[in-house]
Design a binder for this molecule. Structure first.
Ligand code: TXA
Ligand code: MG
Length: 318
């Protein structure tokens, strides 16, 4: 049985083991940042390539500051508004941060998760923890302890903190201050939507530009990512039919066994919460298509993270 309590999780973490912990976004595979062996173990368990850097998790702003070479004024604002919560900040790293965490980059990703279990373990351990999502590389992130168990066949210890309420990963931000203007770059859309970021920055009276930047700066955010075992087809306005199945078969080069629809709930928040769970629930047959219809009502800035993940999960779009 791979479910462990918080006390055991802390013991294992102290010993340099990796332990899956709940956060509000998705479960993370946590390990201490001062042991290169532990960090390597995180990559090994996930089968993650070393070019994809890890996020460091903290329980308080002071802990985050100590990891950074610079702490721009804007970050006090962002931390006050959104931490603990699904926002990750990219900062020039302190010398003490292992280059295994950052994949050799000069920057480090930091976030303070909003989950009582994660916060308690971080507080009691006393040092930040590295934690990527607790899934094998390229696969769907886990939003429950049972998903983690299934992902690693029960071989990874996991603390059961219930289902994740946000359901998609954190928003990853990099910021830059030039000529009196904050350039706030979204490297990965996620749990904090553009709408909330803009509102907060406006309320603070800051001069800013909010940009989406798909760049090598977020190397883990590859095009084909978050993929369930069944093929996912995204329909932009079409209904499912036999011709589409034949076309999907010829694109994938194999015979497929029918299709099932993944219905997204009406609000972006609900859709984010259930998306990964639905991918897993419907992925019972690797030859059965999961299709998602992009409805006009499911649009707008608050849907950005959901469509980003659906697009990356999709093998084919019509
Ligand atoms: O919600 C989340 O962020 C979850 C939970 C567990 O906290 N974690 C998560 O970690 O999604 P992971 O490792 O699956 O995704 C981290 C993302 C990757 O896309 C990675 O490329 C990016 O953050 N990242 C990490 N360090 C970076 C850096 N220094 N510069 C740019 N992107 C970075
Ligand atoms: Mg991940």
């Amino acid at each position: 049985m791979s479910i462990v309590n918080e006390t055991r999780a802390l013991e294992l973490i102290r010993q340099g083991e990796v332990v899956a912990l709940p956060t509000e976004t998705v479960y993370g595979l946590a390990g201490r940042i001062d042991s290169n062996d532990t960090l390597k173990k995180i990559f090994a368990v996930k089968q993650r390539p070393f070019f994809d850097p890890l996020i460091v998790h903290v329980h308080a702003v002071e802990q985050a500051r100590a990891l950074c070479r610079e702490w721009p004024a804007l970050w006090d604002v962002l931390a006050r508004r959104f931490w603990p919560g699904p926002l990750t900040l990219i900062s020039p790293k302190a010398d003490s941060i292992s280059s295994i965490i950052t994949s050799g980059l000069e920057t480090v990703a930091i976030r303070c998760p909003n989950h009582p279990v994660a916060l308690k373990i971080l507080r009691e351990f006393g040092t930040p923890l590295a934690a990527p999502s607790a899934n094998r590389f390229g696969r769907v992130s886990p939003t429950s302890a049972q998903h983690v168990e299934a992902e690693f066949n029960g071989e990874v210890a996991v603390v059961d903190g219930g289902p994740c309420l946000v359901g998609v990963e954190s928003t990853v931000l990099a910021t830059e201050y030039t000529d009196g203007v904050w350039r706030v770059k979204i490297l990965r859309p996620g749990g904090v939507s553009r709408v909330h970021l803009r509102k907060a920055l406006e309320e603070e009276g800051l001069k800013f530009q909010l940009l989406r930047e798909e760049s090598v700066a977020s190397p883990g955010h590859l095009k084909a990512h978050y993929q369930p075992t069944s093929p996912v087809v995204l329909l932009n306005g079409l209904s499912w039919n036999d011709t589409l199945q034949k076309q999907t078969e010829s694109r994938l080069g194999r015979k497929l066994n029918g299709a099932v629809e993944l219905h997204l709930p009406a609000t972006a928040q609900e859709a984010a919460r259930v998306l990964y769970e639905e991918f897993r629930r419907l992925s019972t047959d690797p030859n059965r298509i999961i299709y998602i219809v992009r409805k006009p009502a499911h649009s707008g800035e608050d849907w950005e993270a959901v469509w980003d993940r659906v697009e990356r999960a999709s093998t084919t779009t019509f």
